[in-house]
Design a protein around this ligand. Structure first.
Ligand code: FAD
Length: 362
């Protein structure tokens, strides 16, 4: 049970990163008070709002970029946690095939022990246009169901939700109280949150098509260059665990594009590329359910999971503060996950919890 003088933690942001962090922290520190303060919440019409990224993801685990130790650890924790959630029905096993335009070597398949049932495709299994390929089992989820589930878990633990756009770290700290802590999971919002103003944060525009395609049961993505970082386009299909037959078809990967409008030439192009990939899309029952655009909240230099002590109030808030009345305030940043917020979410929440423990000497 919490009391009103229990340490107060404000989680700024209710995307998959803020919600997962609140989940792990509130489980580990049941006597603390938790409030999630966010402009967009995982409920009602916000789930179709383009101002935040989390409603628009596929979402599955897939290899993005080269091997990095921290990323590997974060994604391994997340993969295993999601795998354990399969019996809940929120997560499904997703057979996958990724094909490459280059010869394979070990460095390029750094993820072979992270996923399940990994194997290299035989030459006769590799489709035209690619040189090599791999098959494995991964996980996928439907953000439209997963985000409300995460919120429900926080509700059960007594976490408060407040819908509010906060303009500065100082304002968030005021909500937390001078002995409180803020977890900054504002994603693209970190660019303009006063006190953070992180201009390394940028959008990667993702246009996708949501389809009912009951015969598509595999994650397919190819052909890719070996670093697996798409440029401009990313061709993939992500069947979701529910509702039955729902598949997210992509897509684009447009760095620094803030354009939230749907481009129908792009949509046609995505559809045609995926038709080549998956003849299963030709099933006459296939229907287009929607066209989406979402902005992946990326950061030059990679995601930032870091503790920062602020001296508040901030000079930059232009507040007429009397001399000598500043106090130290802890903020733990967790933003900038770009195309990989879901697949790193549980690991990121663990890292936030480690920083929390270390800096509050718990
Ligand atoms: P967000 O979901 O953007 O949440 C930010 C939160 O902060 C929101 O609640 C917002 O309202 C709040 N906020 C911001 N500023 C303020 C403020 N000043 N005051 C109050 N609140 C504020 N990832 C995967 O792992 N796998 C995939 O298959 C995948 N596919 C994707 C496909 C597409 C097309 C797109 C667009 C993304 C995809 N992603 C995928 C990426 C994933 O969606 C993101 O990495 C993830 O959602 C980021 O979560 P987040 O919590 O950091 O940010």
């Amino acid at each position: 049970t919490t009391t009103s003088d229990a340490p107060h933690v404000v989680v700024l942001g209710a995307g998959v990163i803020g919600l997962s962090s609140a989940y792990v922290l509130s489980e580990r520190y049941p006597t603390h008070r938790f409030t999630i303060v966010a402009r967009d919440l995982p409920e009602e019409s916000d789930l179709t709002n383009q101002a935040w990224a989390s409603p628009w993801a596929g979402a599955d685990w897939s290899p993005i970029g080269d091997y990095e130790e921290k990323k590997y650890k974060r994604e391994l924790i997340t993969f295993n946690k999601l795998w354990d959630m399969i019996p809940s029905g929120l997560v499904r096993i997703l057979p996958s095939r990724i094909c490459y335009t280059d010869p394979l070597d070990d460095a390029h398949i750094w993820y072979k022990d992270l996923v399940r049932d990994f194997r290299v495709l035989k030459p006769e299994e590799v489709p035209a246009g690619a040189l090599t390929g791999v098959a494995f089992n991964t996980v996928s989820l439907n953000p439209q169901l997963y985000l409300p589930w995460l919120k429900g878990e926080s509700d059960k633990r007594g976490v408060n939700f407040v819908r509010k756009k906060v303009y500065s770290i100082g304002e968030a700290a005021e909500i937390a109280g001078s002995k409180g802590v803020v977890i900054n999971a504002t994603a693209l919002g970190a660019r303009s949150l006063i006190g953070v103003e992180d201009k390394a944060v940028y959008p990667i525009r993702g246009q996708t098509i949501l389809a009912y395609a009951p015969d598509c049961q595999e994650f397919l993505s190819y052909p890719l260059g070996l670093s697996s970082i798409p440029t401009g386009e990313a061709t993939y299909m992500i069947p979701r665990p529910a509702p039955p037959g729902h598949v997210l078809i992509g897509g684009t990967y447009q760095e620094d594009s803030w354009d939230l409008s749907i481009n129908f030439d792009t949509a046609r192009n995505i559809w045609n590329r995926c038709l080549e990939l998956a003849p299963a899309l030709r099933n006459p029952e296939t229907k287009i359910l929607g066209h989406n655009v979402g902005l992946r909240p990326a950061r030059r230099g990679g995601a930032r999971i870091e503790a920062e002590w602020f001296k508040l109030p901030l000079e930059s808030e232009f507040l007429p503060t009397p001399e000598g009345e500043k106090y130290d305030f802890l903020v733990i940043h967790a933003y900038g996950f770009g195309p990989a917020g879901y697949q790193g979410s549980w690991g990121a929440a663990e890292e936030v919890a480690e920083l929390f423990k270390e800096h509050l000497k718990l």
